[in-house]
Design a protein around this ligand. Sequence first.
Ligand code: NAP
Length: 197
Amino acid sequence: MEEKSRVLIIGATGKLGHHLAKFSLRSGHPTFALIRDSSLTNPERAEKLRFLSDAGATLLKGSLEDEESLTEAVKQVDVVICAIPSKQVLDQKLLIRVIKQAGNIKRFIPSEFGADPDKVQIADMDYKFYSRRAEIRRLIEAEGIPYTYICCNLFMSYLLPWLAQPGLKTPPRDKVTIFGDGNAKGVLIWTVSSFLF
Ligand SMILES: NC(=O)c1ccc[n+]([C@@H]2O[C@H](COP(=O)([O-])OP(=O)(O)OC[C@H]3O[C@@H](n4cnc5c(N)ncnc54)[C@H](OP(=O)(O)O)[C@@H]3O)[C@@H](O)[C@H]2O)c1
């Protein structure tokens, strides 16, 4: 029988993290979610947590800034998956230190889930989006933590409907230019539709 991992998700109330937690549970892995107090007072997030809890997830109170709660959570699992927003990726530094000190983590998946930061070259136009992710990679490697980096490029089901302007309140009305006859084949990344809403 396949051995199951004990999985900690950080960001389980988020758009991607919630799916990661659901699929971890569906795959039969004992699943834990690190939850900030503020999530419990937000009705939408509280509903997501109720769903995960009913599905068997263990909710642990804590945050990326709270070393004690991080240590307690990390010690209970084998795998840590972080799905915090891209602008906060450097907030994973304390987590990396805690994982190193705990010494029990078999795999750490940092918050990336996009293009490969070691390959993308956008000179000074990405507000350090990729260099911050690369900085986190170098830290993980320097600490000798076992890792997997997930490079899935852009979730087009998330970006295409808004013409790459997530957060718009109404459908975009921008003029777009379609080259050729519009039938050129391309590879797009699809995510489950509920990620969108
Ligand atoms: N490839 C693509 O096209 C694509 C598209 C979207 C996202 N992504 C990637 O997916 C990852 C997740 O993004 P997202 O949009 O799903 O994020 P999100 O919806 O903003 O969710 C963020 C999650 O992180 C939690 N969080 C934030 N700060 C925290 C802290 N200090 N301690 C503990 N938890 C904290 C939030 O918890 P609270 O409930 O407490 O706020 C929430 O659960 C990012 O790396 C992003 O770049 C990729």
